[in-house]
Design a binder for this molecule. Structure first.
Ligand code: LLP
Length: 424
């Protein structure tokens, strides 16, 4: 459920007309709804609570690292899951206490580990033995003991897009679960680190519970083995990955997901950490774009819009589906025609949708792309020297620009001409 709806013939985000934001901010832009962010967090948190699971929800900042979005969740009690120094700084700046930050990622640098240890964050999820040795050395040198999880790779197929599957042994993530026992033993012997948790994340946009169940059963076996080895596993970080509807998928409800956890891991006396990203922000955001031109080809009609693959990369990267709907509500019974919705970037891959059935659209009309709150703005670039687009957050009848569109001068200010190219 989200708070984007038609009212008096036009699209609103909560109580603000999208056309008004488009007039005042210019297109294209991302628009997020506070009520939807809050609702998604609350539904997830309540489902875990109802299943009797004692949990910390660490929003996966990679899905939408805007400070205002992170703070909206932090105010509800969320922590953050970060994968870089940049995200860690972003979470701290947004007001997430260090004691609620988990640091994941397969390639943390020495500098990033030092920074995380200095901040005294909640947990570092270690993904390899060399990382374990490095972290131990860093923390011990500072006289600290870092609580860690080893991220185990349970070798289960998440049944999702190949580019976002992470839990197979041929993927680069985590430590193969069959080797986990030795690595925990090593961690226990090392100074500066205390293995207190197991972390497991098998992929993103999962639409079935079975892969979760399989992975969690492996985690369960591991808890028993590690405890028998004298390692005090107190918490389980089960990652993120629960899917959202983009089209006609029917991903499991949070309550059903929570029941699987209760059934597989609920009796172990562990606390839980979750790292949901897409689930919290996906349907809380839209991308709004204006039609630059309608181009009639001999076999196709192209709607050329002012957003492009650099603004929303998912269709070109993963062939991802995003709903597309007019900002002016179509008349009931309006005839639909098949069109290709494309951006202006000089690549055929800059195509948002092929043969999509839409009501008649004209130059200057506004379109919205649905489910764009996760991995939308987060993955944008300036390809074709297109400025990053604004992000807007709506709350009730108010809205605020939470990231501005840089000017061309701002963009160029990061560059400089070397002396030998300077004519002056
Ligand atoms: N935890 C870890 C360790 C992760 O690697 C990820 C996502 C998450 C949590 C959050 O997963 P979520 O709940 O959002 O599924 N750019 C891709 C998605 C990449 C996901 C990467 N890892 C896309 O646009 O579909």
């Amino acid at each position: 459920m989200n708070h984007f709806h038609y009212q008096n013939g036009e699209l609103f985000a909560e109580d603000v007309a999208i056309a008004r934001i488009a007039r005042e901010v210019g297109t294209p832009f991302y628009c997020y709804s506070t009520a939807t962010l809050q609702r998604h967090y609350t539904v997830f948190a309540e489902a875990l609570k109802a299943a009797g699971l004692d949990a910390t929800i660490c929003f996966a900042a990679k899905a939408n690292p805007n400070m205002a979005v992170i703070r909206t969740f932090a105010q509800l009690g969320a922590g953050a899951d970060v994968v870089s120094e940049g995200e860690l700084r972003q979470a701290l700046a947004a007001g997430v206490p260090a004691a609620r930050i988990v640091f994941s990622g397969v390639g943390k640098t020495r500098h990033e580990l030092e920074f995380a240890v200095a901040k005294g964050i909640f947990q570092i999820n270690v993904e390899s033995e060399p990382e374990l040795e490095m972290l131990s050395e860093i923390a011990a040198a500072r006289g600290q003991v870092m609580p860690i999880a080893i991220r185990v790779n349970p070798d289960v197929d998440a049944g999702t897009h190949a580019k976002i599957t992470t839990g197979k042994k041929e993927n680069k993530f985590g430590i193969e679960w069959t080797r986990a026992r030795e690595v925990y033993a090593r961690a226990k012997a090392l100074p500066g680190v205390e293995p207190v948790a197991i972390a497991c994340h098998i992929g993103s946009q999962l639409t079935e519970l079975t892969p979760f169940r399989e992975a969690f059963l492996r985690v369960r076996d591991l808890v028993a083995m590690l405890r028998a080895d004298g390692i005090d596993i107190r918490r389980l970080d089960l990652g993120g990955g629960l899917g959202v509807p983009y089209d006609d998928e029917t991903p499991p409800e949070p309550a059903a997901y929570a029941e699987v956890i209760k059934a597989t891991l609920g009796d172990l006396g562990c606390r839980f950490v979750f790292e949901p990203g897409r689930l919290l922000v996906g349907n809380a955001g839209i991308l709004v774009s204006r039609i630059i031109r309608v181009k009639e080809g001999s076999t196709r009609t192209f709607l050329i819009v002012d957003a492009a693959m650099n603004d929303l990369a998912r269709p070109s990267l993963y062939d991802a589906y995003h709903s597309i709907f007019p900002v002016a509500e179509p008349k009931a019974g309006a005839a639909l025609a098949e069109v290709d919705v494309v951006g202006p970037v000089c690549e055929t891959g800059d195509t948002f949708a092929k043969q999509r059935r839409l009501p008649p659209m004209r130059t200057d009309d506004l379109l919205a792309f649905g489910t764009a709150g996760a991995y939308g703005a987060a993955m944008s670039s300036t390809y074709n020297t297109r400025p990053l687009i604004p992000e807007v957050l709506v709350k009730g009848g108010d809205y605020a620009v939470i990231r501005v569109r840089p000017s061309y001068e701002d963009m160029r200010s990061l560059e400089s001409l070397p002396g030998w190219l300077n004519d002056e």
